[in-house]
Design a protein around this ligand. Structure first.
Ligand code: TYD
Ligand code: MG
Length: 465
């Protein structure tokens, strides 16, 4: 028998080596080389002939099945597509298993066959959760299994499931690859088998993926490339609400979010997230501004909180939760350079209330307003919302979807909006607009309407600081 040829393949970039080493020379990743059997050249066989089609032709709308859980369906783009595979990532304990059991129950309720395979929990534990969710009577089929071949063999008998949940892909194990359970090669091999099963049968597969400390779905992204959609379930431990976000979606939008609240009896859908995120506002305290944001197609009002406090440190602290650190640094620099606001002697903390993470540059103006308000001890008007992007020159730039933002503000009882110049044309009735050409206008406004202590220095060149 010929000795088996070994090849060491980087699990991150796919480079192959004859010898193992700790670091992949091609991509620089550490500890990613795994022994894989080398591809043995086989005698070429005659190829099978297939039909080549013109581009023009009937394009069938991907057949979807909605779960009926609106927040979930929105993020998937209107339901699960037949034969597709979806990866759901999230921190341990965030509620992935809970969400998927509810989704499976919703499918079962619509008379679709839904199978939930748990590789992590015993059947009794899954039943206990179902009990807590009030889903004991749901027609979901469950099993505690980890062998991919066994799962596929079992599911190939009887009718094809419409939904197959694999919780989680890291616990699965396939005989088709020669690697220890839990390795990247196994995760990739198992995912490939399950995805092939989904494509072949038309079942929609949802794979649960654990997230590593740095936020990546473990099995260095290999699975992300293989699936049709990647969703992440986010939230922070100290808050009840959870955000379902699409990171990649071949069949739908990637900027939509679904909002849920974790309750004692499962996840509750939050139809109007703005109400939730604004529910704990402290009215009248300096350093808070309401940002009228957009997540996907939905407006979302959130409170941005800032604390600017004198520091004794040589290098003042700049800490930010829920927003981009670089964006904060830029806003601070613009305030210093163009608005006469001196912050170098102050620590700066910025927080998006409720544990939400926002990515829009449109939050610049709201963040700046909160910062200046805190520095000046000047509370901002409680019936005002803020949005607008700030450029490095200190100009306030227009942002997209102004009308939707303003309408949402109006709906929640806000009567004023501090916005870029260009938003003037889109004001709904009942919302008074203050338009800003530059960030310096905003600083001057806050100084003018601020507390008496601030007015005393208002006439000077340097308004604040
Ligand atoms: P789980 O779905 O097991 O998380 P994951 O699969 O992402 O690891 O949810 C775990 C947490 O959710 C756990 O801390 C308990 C809490 N929980 C509730 O608050 N209410 C509920 O109804 C359920 C089922 C769980
Ligand atoms: Mg789980």
């Amino acid at each position: 028998m010929a000795a088996r040829i070994q090849n060491f393949v980087c699990q991150s970039c796919g480079a192959a080596y004859v010898r193992w080493s700790g670091r992949c020379d091609a991509c620089g990743e550490w500890n990613t080389l795994v022994a894989e059997g080398a591809a043995v050249p086989r005698r070429a066989t005659k190829g099978r002939l297939f039909v080549i089609e013109p581009l023009k032709g009937e394009a069938h709308e991907a057949p979807r099945a909605a779960s009926g859980i609106a927040e979930f369906d929105r993020v998937t783009g209107g339901g699960l597509v037949r034969g597709s595979a979806l990866l759901l990532g999230g921190d341990p304990g965030i509620g992935k298993s809970t969400l998927l059991l509810e989704v499976a129950a919703a499918f079962a309720g619509a008379r679709h066959r839904a199978v939930y395979i748990s590789g992590e929990e015993a059947i009794a534990q899954v039943r206990l959760r179902a009990d807590r969710l009030g889903l004991t009577d749901a027609a979901v089929e469950i099993a505690a299994e980890t062998g991919v071949e066994d799962i596929i063999a079992t599911l190939s008998q009887g009718s094809t499931p419409r939904l197959l949940v694999i919780d989680s892909i890291q616990t699965m194990w396939t005989q088709s690859v020669d690697a220890a359970p839990g390795t990247v090669t196994q995760v990739r091999g198992s995912a490939a088998e399950l995805i092939r099963f989904a494509k072949r049968t038309g079942a929609a597969a949802i794979l649960v993926g654990h997230v590593t400390k740095d936020g990546q779905i473990a099995g260095p992204r290999v699975v992300e490339h293989m699936v049709d959609a990647v969703l992440s379930f986010e939230g922070d431990g100290s808050h009840q609400f959870r955000i379902l976000r699409a990171i990649k979606n071949r069949f739908g939008p990637t900027d939509e979010i679904g909002v849920f609240e974790m309750t004692g009896a499962g996840l509750r859908q939050v139809a109007n997230p703005s109400e939730l995120f604004l529910s704990e506002r402290e009215l009248g305290s300096p350093g808070t501004a309401v940002f009228a944001g957009i997540e996907g197609t939905r407006p979302l009002l959130v409170e941005i909180q800032a604390l600017v406090a004198p520091t004794t440190l040589g290098t003042p602290r700049r800490a930010v939760v829920g927003w981009d650190q670089n964006r904060l640094a830029m806003v601070l620099a613009v305030l210093e350079a163009h608005c006469g606001v001196r912050l170098s002697g102050h620590d700066v903390y910025l927080n998006v209330a409720g544990g939400l993470r926002i990515q829009e540059p449109a939050a610049d103006v709201a963040a700046a307003a909160a910062l200046v308000s805190s520095l000046a001890h000047a509370p901002l008007p409680s019936d005002a919302v803020y949005f607008g992007e700030v450029s490095l020159s200190g100009a306030v730039r227009p942002v997209a979807q102004t009308a939707i933002r303003l309408k949402e503000a109006q709906k929640l009882g806000f009567t004023r909006a501090i916005v870029p110049d260009a938003a003037r044309a889109e004001a709904p009735d009942g919302v008074a607009l203050s338009t800003l050409g530059t960030l310096a206008n905003l600083v001057a406004d806050i100084a003018r309407d601020g507390t008496p202590a601030l007015r005393r220095v208002g006439g000077q060149d340097r308004i604040l600081g």
